[in-house]
Design a binder for this molecule. Structure first.
Ligand code: ZN
Length: 411
């Protein structure tokens, strides 16, 4: 039997390793607690030991003023106050929210606070309280810029809609609605107010299928729904659109007085009064030098020249009741535009120097309207450059005629 030799230096080394081992294997909750000031910090003294969570993996410790939760895949994070109370109300980490991914953090706007969790977030502000957002609604909220967006802070948890199909959160500045078939979309402002007055998703419009959009780069705003749209502009106010026309643009000569966007924005603003949405579907440049000064004869509805027949033969991308506008250098004789078209090929010609209102005026003819001797109205026969009260009027009788046209189709 050999003699056992003990090296004192080795003993010291093993003691050092033992000290190091104790340090490294301090529980992550204890390390987090110490980092936050321990018993003298704002969490205060512990009220429980470190316990294992019901899932057998995570652990937690409660303190006088909050809790720290740890899971190997999330790390250790503190929750406290009203955010903790909201999380508790769902069932802590066993809820859809799961474990915290962050400590309670200050929002970038400097007003509110939040915790992110594995399955969502809880946002709190002094004026709104603490509410959860998750899933596709949270993704939409995030994409808009969280609390710094016009939505600001949530005012509800995610709720099921009264029809049992969709989900929503209300926020200080609007709502986000979601269904499996429509996805998540925000609705806000006067458009939301009007949708609410109609009965929200139980109204004829159903659920939103878009966020609020800028209409042709102008002042108008629109939200699309399953069965229509709600339009708003400063001059038209809020209008429910239940019909639409599909418009294709074919350019022989680019507009010079007003951009296409300005002309479409103006048309939609006036046509919104009739409840008709204007969809600009395609744009195509046509190289037709012999038709850039197009002979329109007397421009009588139902009568077309050979040049008009040739021009209106250009129907790429068009289907069904689609409408078309051909932008030309001029008509012969000279008009702002002409709505006469061959049978079954509804559309009009507009000259490049036309007024802001010409497009809506000519398509008014296409949908069955006649001239009036009144420069307050879209259908003035004295030239749309002479309109005296922009935006010009459409009467209810004219609106009815347009809606009844088979060229406007229900949404
Ligand atoms: Zn006219």
């Amino acid at each position: 039997m050999s003699k056992l030799k003990i090296d004192p230096a080795m003993v010291r080394t093993e003691l050092n390793l033992e000290i190091l081992k104790n340090f490294q294997f301090q529980h992550p909750i204890t390390l987090k607690y110490q980092a936050l000031g321990g018993p003298g910090g704002w969490l205060g003294p512990n009220t429980t030991p470190i316990n294992t969570c019901p899932d057998g993996v995570g652990s937690y410790q409660h303190y006088a003023n909050g809790s720290i939760y740890y899971h190997p895949s999330t790390g250790a994070h503190e929750v406290h106050g009203l955010i903790r109370a909201r999380w508790q109300s769902f069932g802590w980490e066993r809820s859809f929210l799961g474990y915290p991914l962050t400590d309670e953090s200050a929002c970038p706007d400097g007003i509110g606070r939040y915790n992110h969790f594995q399955g969502g977030s809880i946002y709190w502000s002094p004026s709104s309280g603490a509410w959860e957002v998750h899933g596709a609604i949270r993704s939409k909220y995030s994409s808009l810029g969280w609390e710094r967006s016009f939505l600001r802070y949530p005012l509800t948890n995610e709720n099921t809609t009264p029809d049992g199909i969709g989900r929503y959160n209300h926020f200080q500045g609007g709502s986000i609605y979601w269904t499996p078939s429509t996805g998540a979309h925000e609705v806000h402002g006067l458009i939301r107010q009007h949708w609410a007055s109609l009965g929200w998703e139980k109204s004829v419009l159903g659920y939103p299928t878009s966020d609020e959009l800028v209409v042709f780069g102008g002042d108008g705003r629109i939200s699309h729904f399953q069965k229509g749209s709600i339009y708003w502009s400063p001059t038209a106010g809020v209008r429910v659109l239940r019909e639409r026309v599909r418009v294709h643009v074919k350019i022989l000569e680019n507009p010079t007085s007003f951009t296409l966007n300005q002309q479409f924005a103006a048309m939609q603003e006036v046509w919104a009064v009739s409840g008709i949405r204007v969809d600009w579907v395609t744009t195509e440049n046509l190289n037709l030098p012999t038709l850039t000064d197009v002979d329109v004869g007397g421009c009588f509805m139902g009568q077309t020249t050979a040049e008009q027949n040739s021009l209106f033969g250009n129907r790429n991308f068009m289907a069904g009741n689609d409408l078309v506008v051909y932008y030309v250098r001029s008509t012969v004789p000279g008009y702002n535009g002409c709505a006469a078209h061959p049978p079954g090929r509804p559309g009009c010609v507009v000259v490049r120097s036309a007024s802001r209102w010409t497009l809506g005026h000519e398509f008014g003819h296409v949908l069955g309207l006649n001239h009036v001797n009144n420069n307050d109205r879209l259908m003035t026969g004295n030239g749309t450059f002479n309109i005296t009260n922009p935006p010009p009027d459409l009467t209810s009788a004219e609106s009815t005629t347009m809606r009844n046209s088979n060229l406007s189709t229900p949404l």
